[in-house]
Design a protein. Structure first.
Length: 246
């Protein structure tokens, strides 16, 4: 499959270069431009489809996602990822030193209501990211989740959130799991939706954010086509984004 991807990338680059050449020609052939544009669109779509299939194979080979307590020897790598531009604001307001991060981690470990978890593949034990969960009575809140930059847009984020839901309900005995996400973070919204999170609310105080969540009763049921008597009698507390905006 990688060879097919490489060949498709070469074809895509060829037609992209034909379009660039046309910009420097005084009277370019309109027919050739249209042909090149069509080929660019075709090969781009084909390439995206092939990459998605390759990522699925990679995830199947990895055996899925596992969450476990973060160990001290992993902290420096995670600290480096957290301080990358565009990520740091999700957990800290400014760049922090490694020593401060270690102190924070030690406080998280000592607090029974906080769970600092590493995200890794089950079979290869590859460290993919970091997640911070906080428990409050029967509610678990996803405070922070990070996937290694090299493994984003491959479905690992959705897998990690799906595993977080299972972890919250089976390991932490939660009734609800919730999180908040910026309304303009389209990639995160898609990830959370794919993991089964529904829209609970919207606030626009300092930064516009959605509150999303999953209920244990919905997670345990057989699916929307087989609702329980309790679900038929009680209205849903949350909805998809389209329903929510209506």
């Amino acid at each position: 499959m990688q060879q097919i991807i490489d060949r498709t990338e070469q074809k895509l680059k060829y037609f992209q270069n034909r379009l660039k050449q046309a910009e420097f020609i005084e009277r370019p052939s309109r027919r050739r431009i249209l042909t090149a544009e069509a080929q660019v669109e075709i090969h781009s779509a084909h390439l995206e489809s092939l990459r998605n299939e390759l990522h699925k194979f990679e995830r199947l080979q990895s055996g899925g996602i596992r969450l476990r307590p973060t160990t001290q020897n992993e902290l420096r790598r995670i600290w480096g990822w957290i301080n990358l531009p565009g990520i740091r604001d999700s957990l800290y307001t400014e760049k922090i030193s490694f020593e401060i991060f270690v102190e924070d981690w030690q406080r998280w470990v000592e607090n029974v209501e906080t769970h600092a978890l590493s995200i890794e593949t089950r079979s290869t034990r590859l460290l993919l990211g970091f997640m911070l969960l906080r428990c409050n009575a029967d509610v678990v809140a996803v405070e922070f989740v990070l996937i290694h930059p090299g493994y984003r847009a491959r479905g690992y984020g959705t897998d990690a959130l799906t595993e977080a839901v299972r972890y919250a309900f089976e390991k932490l005995n939660a009734v609800h799991i919730t999180l908040q996400v910026s309304s303009d973070n389209a990639a995160a919204l898609t990830c959370f939706e794919n993991a089964g999170f529904q829209y609970l609310g919207y606030t626009d105080v300092n930064v516009p954010v959605y509150t999303m969540g999953v209920e244990r009763s919905e997670w345990e049921n057989d699916g929307p086509d087989n609702p329980t008597d309790e679900q038929i009698a009680s209205p849903r507390l949350h909805a998809t984004l389209q329903e929510f905006l209506k």
